[in-house]
Design a protein around this ligand. Structure first.
Ligand code: MSP
Length: 492
């Protein structure tokens, strides 16, 4: 099965923060999960580089937009490397690949009669030499110069979004898995009296963009340019349609209304699922530069490790609602769960085994432990087949965590250290078998630590699809280290 997973492409006007890291880590989790299940995965992320905002930011720094976005691209690539993001392709909208794809798409829309020239009513600020919409004004004035603006109309190109209202409604009804469940009603209620969408900006205002192939005095509106990154990246690598678009709830409208309408007009197959997540607040406040409460994912990863950040964001934030971050809850989750439960259990099994001098081999399974492990594995497989984004992101990551607890409880109950001979061996090897299931199922969540654990045991590249029936995996273990400390305690 082909699985095509995307993140939004990020604006390079700021460094990655915990919000962009969150969307990206969720997408990375899905990518790793499906790969471990043996599926053919394509994971796309990248940067949304065009538009007036980037043009201005670059100019304010005395740089050309190109030089500015190139610098920021290295910053994003470095960040994703530190966070262990396993993307397959990093798309940049200023690349030739993307520009050519967008030109082709715009030509197709133009020739199909979905674009027309009209008048855009805007508010012009002479100081800025640009147009504002009514909502961008502050008390009728330019937000930068605080001076009255002139109402003017300019020539612009429009996409016939209004023509798609009924087709969109039919599409939502026929594909109930497309809209994200928590926001379904919100979208359905808003798809009424759709207005056509202005899709161009005069080149005199924005030069940093993709020219319309049928009128080079205008550039494409940055959102239209950006949405088609999914088509550029997927199509170039033989993946279409997208299986999962991961987004934050703020960009729901673009992905669930404008994007499918554009694709319908292009006669392209529509994406399968949009998964929208809530916002992360910091100590209950909105994160913002002026409040000085922007959380830096890289410094967290440097102190606690990238697994800690993934663990916290995936298992402690709720995908369907807004969630709150705090340094205390982060450190608590790391020290009390990742270190104390998971790291210590892995070490406990390893130490018991290595002290016993036992050579791992196939065993006759403990029935209860076996059932729990097989059930966990099947639940993961079934959830992946169902492609329910919220089950996959809210429930599935926790499945291996409860297996770690199960193995811990099994050892505490059986007390193999008090036993000798065959009986002791059986318990230790059953615990090892349970541990292998937990480690392999937890790898998409905790890739750094779990791949170290597999390496230490000589398990090679054992994935979920490669797991043998319970009882037969211990025989794959090549060596048992004397100890294995994966997650050191961090002083908070
Ligand atoms: N460039 C557009 C996306 C174009 S996709 C065709 C964009 N970029 S962004 O950099 O502003 O935001 C990207 C993502 O980060 C969005 O999914 C957004 O929801 C997410 N987050 C930004 N701040 C956030 C939080 N505080 N919490 C969670 N995610 C938030 O929009």
């Amino acid at each position: 099965m082909k699985v095509f997973i995307t993140t939004p492409i990020y604006y390079p006007n700021a460094r990655p923060h915990i919000g962009s890291a969150y969307t990206t880590i969720l997408a990375d989790y899905l990518a790793r999960l499906y790969r471990s299940l043996g599926e053919d995965v394509f994971f796309l992320t990248g940067m949304d580089e065009h538009g007036e905002k980037i043009q201005r930011t670059a100019e304010n720094q005395g740089k050309s937009p190109k030089a500015f976005v190139d610098e920021m691209a290295s910053c994003f690539l470095e960040a994703w490397k530190t966070l262990g993001i396993s993307y397959d392709f990093f798309i940049r909208t200023s690349s030739e690949l993307h520009k050519n794809a967008v030109e082709q798409i715009l030509t197709r829309l133009w020739e199909g009669g979905w674009i027309y020239k009209g008048k855009y009513e805007g508010f012009y600020c002479v100081g800025c030499e640009r147009y504002y919409t009514a909502s961008e004004l502050e008390k009728g004035c330019c937000p930068y110069h605080n001076k009255p603006v002139e109402q003017k109309s300019i020539e612009a190109y429009f996409f016939k979004l209004s023509a798609f209202e009924n087709r969109l409604k039919e599409f939502y009804a026929e594909n109930p898995d497309f809209l994200p469940n928590p926001y379904k009603e919100e979208v359905l209620n808003r798809v009424k009296d759709l207005q056509d969408l202005c899709i161009s900006r005069p080149k005199s205002q924005v030069y940093w963009g993709i020219e319309l192939p049928f009128d080079r005095e205008h550039v494409a509106y940055v959102w239209v340019d950006a949405l088609f990154n999914y088509w550029t990246g997927g199509n170039a690598h033989g993946f279409w349609p997208p299986t999962f678009h991961l987004i934050g709830k703020d960009i729901l409208w673009f992905h669930t209304v404008i994007w499918p309408a554009l694709l319908m007009a292009c006669e392209l197959v529509l994406p399968e699922h949009v998964i929208a997540h809530g916002f992360i607040t910091v100590n209950k406040a909105k994160m913002s530069k002026s409040l000085g409460n922007v959380v830096d994912p890289l410094s967290l990863a440097k102190t606690f490790g990238s697994d800690a950040l993934r663990y916290y964001l995936i298992t402690k934030m709720s995908v369907s609602h807004d969630s709150d971050y705090s340094d205390e809850s982060f450190a608590h989750a790391y020290n009390n769960e990742l270190v104390a439960d998971i790291g210590n259990l892995i070490n406990r099994v390893v130490v018991l085994l290595s002290r016993s001098g036992l050579r791992p081999r196939a065993i006759s399974p403990d029935k209860t432990l076996m059932e729990k492990c097989e059930k966990a594995k099947n639940e993961v497989i079934n959830a992946a087949e169902s492609k329910d984004g919220y089950v996959l992101l809210e429930h599935v990551p926790k499945i291996p965590l409860s297996l770690f607890h199960t193995v811990n409880a099994y050892l505490s109950q059986k007390e193999p250290w008090k036993l000798e001979g065959e009986e002791k061996q059986l318990i230790l090897l059953n615990a090892l078998e349970g541990l292998i299931f937990a480690v392999v199922l937890a790898e998409p969540l905790l890739p750094e630590g779990m791949s170290k654990a597999k390496k230490a045991l000589g398990l090679g590249d054992l994935t979920i699809s490669g797991l043998r029936p319970f009882g037969e995996n211990s025989a794959l273990v090549q060596q048992v280290p004397k100890k294995l400390h994966l997650y050191p305690k961090v002083k908070a």
